[in-house]
Ligand binder design. Structure first.
Ligand code: FRU
Length: 493
C-alpha cells in the first residue's frame, strides 16, 4: 500500500490520485477486462490549473492501478472533460492491423482566446489509441474536429454509438442547454438539436451531460435518462447533478418532465457519467462521480492531494406513481472489501432511553453499516457517527417534516467554520416503515443509500480522526432499529 494513502482524510476505499488536484471523471470505458477511469487532473498543484487527463485502470472497479497521464495540454488548449468510445466497426478508419481504434473526445479549452473575450474558446478535439487505451495520439495534431459555432460554454462531449441510425451521437453542454450532434465516422460532425428543459429561476452553467438508455424496472420498456451537472444552484447550493427522463429518436431528446429531479441529495456527487462499452449481456449501467463541490473544492483541508471519486454505482430506473425514479446502488464488487460482519443486537429507543451507543471499535474508520427501522412513532430518530474527539456526522429522519437529513456541521472544523457549506442537506421522505438505511463511511465521506437506493446522499467531511463509534437516537417517541450489521472495510490501496 502506498504511504500516501495513510495521510489524514485519505479515502481508504475510494479512488483518489496519489498527489495533486483531480475533478471530473472522464472517458469511462470498459475494454478487454479493464475498466478505465480518466479524470480531470492538474499534476503540478493541489488546485485547479492546466488540465490533463489522469488515468487509472481496474479489473474489478474496486482496486485501481495508476497509469501515466493520458493527455496533456497543447497549442489547442487545456484538456477538459470528455468521453471514450471503442470504434468496433472502425468507422473512423483509424484502425490498423486488426487493432480496434479507441477514440477519446475532449474539450480543448483555449485560455488565450477566453482572455481575448472570444466566445469560441472551447472546441471539441479527439485522440485515439491503438494499444487498447494505454497510449494516445492526438488526431490531426490536436486540431479540433468540431469547431465552436460561437457559444461561450460548449464542452464536455459525451459520445456513444446509436445503432438504429448507425451514427455516433455527441452530447455537449452548451451553457443553458444540451446540444446534440451526430457523425458517421466520429470525425465529421453534424448538428442535430438542442434540449433546454423547463426554465428555472436560478440555474447554473450546464456541464458533463450523459444520455442513458434504461429499462423501466424489469420491463422491456426503455426510457432515456439525460444527466446534466449544473455547477451552481444545486438544491443545497453549489454544484449538483439533475436528470430528465424522456425519449430519444437518434436526433432529438424530448421530455415532458416539469419538476427538477436530482441524482443525489448530498453536497458531494458531481459530474457523474457512465461507463461506455459494458458488455451487452451484462448491461449494467455503471457510474462514478466526483466527490466534491465547486463551492469549496479548492479549499478542502487535504495537503498533497485533493478530491476523491464516489464509489462506483449501478443505476436503475423505476416508475413510481406518475414519476420516474433514478436509483443508485453501490456496485456488488465492493462486498469483496468486507471484513467479517459484526452483528449488533436490535436497539429499541425512546422513553426512558433516547439514545444508545451501539457500536464502538477500531473500525479503522472505513466501514459499511446497514440497518432497518422497523417502526417508529418518534418525532426524530437517526444515527450519530462519531470519533473519540466527539466530531459527529448526523443522519436523521424528521417525522414531522417528513425529511431525511444529513448534517456535517459538527463533524470537524472545516465545514463547521465555513458558514453556509455546513448547512444540512435533506430529501423529502413520506413516513413509511420499514425504512432501510445503508451507509458507506470512509475517512472523509459518508454515502447514504435510502431504501435500496431510492435516494442517495453523498457528503464529504473532515473529522480530526476517523469515525469509530455509532450511536442511535430516538427523540419524542420510540423507534426500533433492527438487522443492524457493521462490516469493517479493507483498504483498496
Ligand atoms: C465540470 C467542469 C467541466 C469542464 C471541467 C474543467 O466540473 O467544469 O465542465 O470540462 O470541469 O476542469
Amino acid at each position: 500500500s502506498e504511504p500516501a494513502y495513510q495521510e489524514q482524510y485519505r479515502p481508504q476505499f475510494h479512488f483518489s490520485p496519489i498527489a495533486n488536484w483531480m475533478n471530473d471523471p472522464n472517458g469511462l470505458f470498459f475494454h478487454k477486462g479493464n475498466y478505465h477511469l480518466f479524470y480531470q487532473y492538474n499534476p503540478d498543484s493541489t488546485i485547479w490549473g492546466p488540465m490533463h487527463w489522469g488515468h487509472a485502470t481496474s479489473g474489478d472497479l474496486v482496486h485501481w492501478e495508476h497509469q501515466a497521464p493520458a493527455l496533456s495540454p497543447d497549442a489547442a488548449g487545456m484538456i477538459f472533460s470528455g468521453s471514450v468510445v471503442v470504434d468496433h466497426q472502425n468507422t473512423s478508419g483509424l484502425g490498423q492491423n486488426d487493432q480496434v481504434p479507441i477514440l477519446a473526445y475532449y474539450t480543448a479549452h483555449r485560455m488565450d482566446w477566453e482572455q481575448d473575450h472570444r466566445l469560441d474558446f472551447q472546441n471539441q478535439a479527439m485522440a485515439f489509441s491503438l494499444d487498447d487505451g494505454l497510449s494516445w495520439e492526438k488526431y490531426n495534431h490536436g486540431h479540433p474536429v468540431l469547431f465552436n459555432p460561437g457559444i461561450k460554454d460548449f464542452r464536455d462531449p459525451k459520445v456513444f454509438w446509436h445503432s438504429p441510425t448507425q451514427r455516433w451521437i455527441m452530447l455537449l453542454a452548451a451553457g443553458d442547454h444540451i446540444a446534440i450532434w451526430n457523425s458517421g465516422n466520429g470525425i465529421d460532425w453534424d448538428y442535430c438539436s438542442d434540449f433546454y428543459g423547463p426554465k428555472l429561476e436560478a440555474d447554473g452553467v450546464w456541464e458533463c451531460p450523459d444520455l442513458l438508455k434504461m429499462p423501466v424496472g424489469n420491463t422491456q420498456t426503455y426510457k432515456y435518462v439525460l444527466l446534466v451537472s449544473v455547477n451552481a444552484y444545486g438544491p443545497f447550493g453549489g454544484s449538483a447533478t439533475k436528470y430528465f427522463v424522456g425519449d430519444f429518436d437518434g436526433r432529438t431528446f424530448t421530455s415532458d418532465q416539469q419538476n427538477t429531479l436530482w441524482v443525489d441529495y448530498g453536497k458531494d456527487n458531481y459530474a457523474g457519467v457512465s461507463w461506455n462499452n459494458i458488455p451487452r449481456e451484462d448491461g449494467r449501467l455503471l457510474t462514478i462521480g466526483w466527490m466534491n463541490n465547486w463551492e469549496y473544492a479548492q479549499n478542502t483541508p487535504t495537503e498533497r492531494w485533493r478530491s476523491a471519486m464516489t464509489v462506483p454505482k449501478r443505476l436503475s430506473l423505476e416508475k413510481a406513481a406518475n414519476q420516474y425514479l433514478l436509483k443508485s446502488h453501490p456496485i456488488e464488487a465492493l462486498k469483496s472489501l468486507r471484513e467479517e460482519a459484526i452483528a449488533v443486537a436490535d436497539v429499541r429507543l425512546g422513553h426512558p432511553a433516547p439514545q444508545q451507543q451501539f457500536f464502538t471499535n477500531d473500525l479503522s474508520g472505513a466501514f459499511e453499516l446497514s440497518l432497518t427501522i422497523m417502526e417508529s412513532d418518534a418525532q426524530q430518530f437517526g444515527l450519530w457517527l462519531h470519533n473519540v474527539q466527539g466530531d459527529t456526522f448526523q443522519v436523521m429522519y424528521n417525522a414531522s417534516e417528513q425529511k431525511i437529513i444529513t448534517d456535517r456541521s459538527k463533524a470537524g472544523t472545516f465545514f463547521s467554520r465555513e458558514g453556509f457549506y455546513s448547512k444540512p442537506t435533506f430529501v423529502e421522505w413520506p413516513k413509511r416503515y420499514p425504512l432501510k438505511l445503508h451507509l458507506l463511511v470512509d475517512w472523509s465521506s459518508v454515502e447514504l443509500f435510502v431504501q435500496n437506493g431510492e435516494k442517495a446522499m453523498t457528503n464529504t467531511f473532515y473529522p480530526s480522526t476517523a469515525i469509530t463509534s455509532i450511536t442511535a437516537f430516538s427523540h419524542g417517541g420510540n423507534s426500533a432499529f433492527e438487522n443492524i450489521e457493521v462490516f469493517p472495510l479493507k483498504s483498496i490501496w
